[in-house]
Design a protein around this ligand. Structure first.
Ligand code: RTP
Ligand code: MG
Length: 147
């Protein structure tokens, strides 16, 4: 089963949106396999956003993501990477459609509430940056048969 790394960013934690965001993925039928509040260090943030090193928004992005706790999660499900990205919505807040998390709650591209891994390979790398292997729980949910 595919896994992805999702993270409620500091703005989402500050706005009290952890529950609302978790609710959406849970009700969709995805399975939560790990979660924790994390104060991200500068080194950890730079590893997480390594693909953006050198871009004009990089420094602000690192400053923002380390500005307060984030809620890091691992979710599992069929095509979970693509599915969760669709539920999150476009990066640019003006393009994020209503019904998506960013479309419903985010006003600014820089304060866009949630991160979602963009591929299975990114997910694997990002999960390893936030979780030890034993923190990912392997358990079955009876309801999964019906989804
Ligand atoms: P994320 O990685 O945070 O889930 O966001 P994403 O895939 O939708 O977007 P990505 O291209 O990976 O960019 C990472 C974050 O950097 C900020 N950003 N600003 N042109 C800009 O000013 C710009 N482009 C990206 C956004 O906050 C984005 O979430
Ligand atoms: Mg990205």
């Amino acid at each position: 089963m595919e896994k992805t790394f999702l993270m409620v960013k500091p703005d989402g934690v500050q706005r009290g949106l952890i529950g609302e965001i978790v609710r959406r993925f849970e009700q969709k039928g995805l399975q939560l396999v790990a979660a924790k509040l994390v104060q991200v260090s500068r080194e950890q943030a730079e590893r997480h956003y390594a693909e953006h090193v050198g871009k004009p928004f990089f420094d602000n992005l690192i400053k923002f993501i380390t500005s307060g706790p984030v809620f890091a999660m691992v979710w599992q499900g069929d095509q979970v990477v693509a599915l969760s990205r669709a539920m999150i919505g476009k990066t640019n807040s003006l393009e994020a459609l209503p019904g998506t998390i960013r479309g419903d709650y985010a006003v600014h591209t820089n304060l866009n509430l949630i991160h979602g891994a963009d591929s299975s390979e990114s997910a694997e790398r990002e999960i390893a940056n936030f979780f030890r292997p034993e923190e990912l729980l392997d358990y079955s949910k009876a309801v999964q048969t019906w989804i």
